[in-house]
Design a protein around this ligand. Structure first.
Ligand code: GDP
Length: 283
């Protein structure tokens, strides 16, 4: 789902989260594994201080496996628990369950010393729009008890989803906004499809992608579109792709926009392979 935020939304969402965070032991933060920093909210570390922290590198089925490892180490070094995830699949849910208990072991131990038994750990899911929060809640809870998609601004009574005797999850995820003001961040969010396509220039986007792929994933475009990557400018590569794919308008003119949309769509859907768009050391 695409999104646009306004200052009113942001203030309200942040205030709501400040309230919700008081109720929980653990923040489960979803980021997009293709852009783990650009898909984070700048305020979450402040909001979540004094809480146990788990980062889920979601959509890791679409990102580069080696870079997933790099990012996992990066966040672990900063004191987060980390799990790589494809939120649509159930196979990581047991691991996450164990990591949650590990992350909250101090609280569990404290409860035990005080003679409190069977008080479940409480957690909430947070993240920017479209990172997979609802999908994760649905999969983790094992049934359709969280709606997929976002409805910012809709408030309802707090509901806890009881996952098992040890863990409860707040049913509504906390929706955070990314760092819009940073141009690179905006570009990367647009590439993964988190910003309305109508408000950005798909031609520009595809050229940025082509130049990134040429530099960091040499051979990818050549393999998919049967084009030479030796040309100097990204626009020449786009032209070659357009020709290969028959993206021409009336009068045999190259249809750059059609080719651009094709390349961006192939990237988003994983047809170009597993690609990560940013690395920690570059930040
Ligand atoms: P939310 O806005 O954070 O609640 O995001 P959603 O749960 O609505 O997910 C947004 C889109 O991403 C949906 O089309 C999901 O099917 C898709 N999605 C969620 N998790 C994954 C994942 O791990 N891998 C892939 N490939 N797609 C995912």
């Amino acid at each position: 789902m695409n999104f646009q935020w306004y200052p009113g939304h942001m203030t309200k969402a942040k205030r709501q989260m400040q309230e919700d965070i008081k109720l929980i032991d653990l923040v489960i933060e979803l980021v997009d594994a293709r852009i783990p920093l650009s898909s984070r909210n700048p305020d979450i570390d402040e909001l979540g201080k004094n809480k146990a922290r788990l980062i889920l590198l979601n959509k890791s089925d679409l990102s580069d496996e080696r870079k997933n490892e790099t990012w996992a180490s990066y966040f672990k070094e900063k004191g987060f628990y980390v799990v790589k995830l494809d939120a649509r699949r159930r196979n990581s849910m047991k691991e996450i369950q164990n990591v949650i208990l590990e992350a909250c072991k101090e609280k569990i131990e404290r409860d035990r010393r005080r003679g409190i038994k069977n008080r479940p750990v409480r957690a909430m899911v947070v993240g920017i729009p479209n990172v997979g929060k609802s999908t994760f809640i649905n999969t983790f809870a094992g049934k359709a008890c969280a709606k997929t998609g976002n409805k910012p601004g809709v408030t309802k009574g707090k509901q806890w989803i009881r996952l098992n005797k040890d863990v409860e999850l707040l049913d509504t995820p906390g929706i955070l906004w990314p760092k819009f003001d940073d141009q690179m961040v905006g570009l990367r969010l647009a590439l993964i499809g988190s910003i309305k396509d109508e408000i950005l220039n798909i031609d520009e986007l595809s050229l940025e992608l082509i130049s990134y792929l040429k530099e960091n994933y040499a051979g990818t475009l050549a393999a998919r579109y049967e084009v030479e990557e030796t040309v100097e400018r990204p626009v020449e590569l786009l032209e070659a792709i357009a020709q290969k794919r028959g993206c021409v308008q009336r009068g045999n003119e190259i249809d750059y926009s059609k080719a651009a949309a094709l390349v961006v769509d192939d990237f988003r859907s994983g047809r170009l392979g597993r690609i990560t768009l940013e690395l920690p050391e570059a930040e």
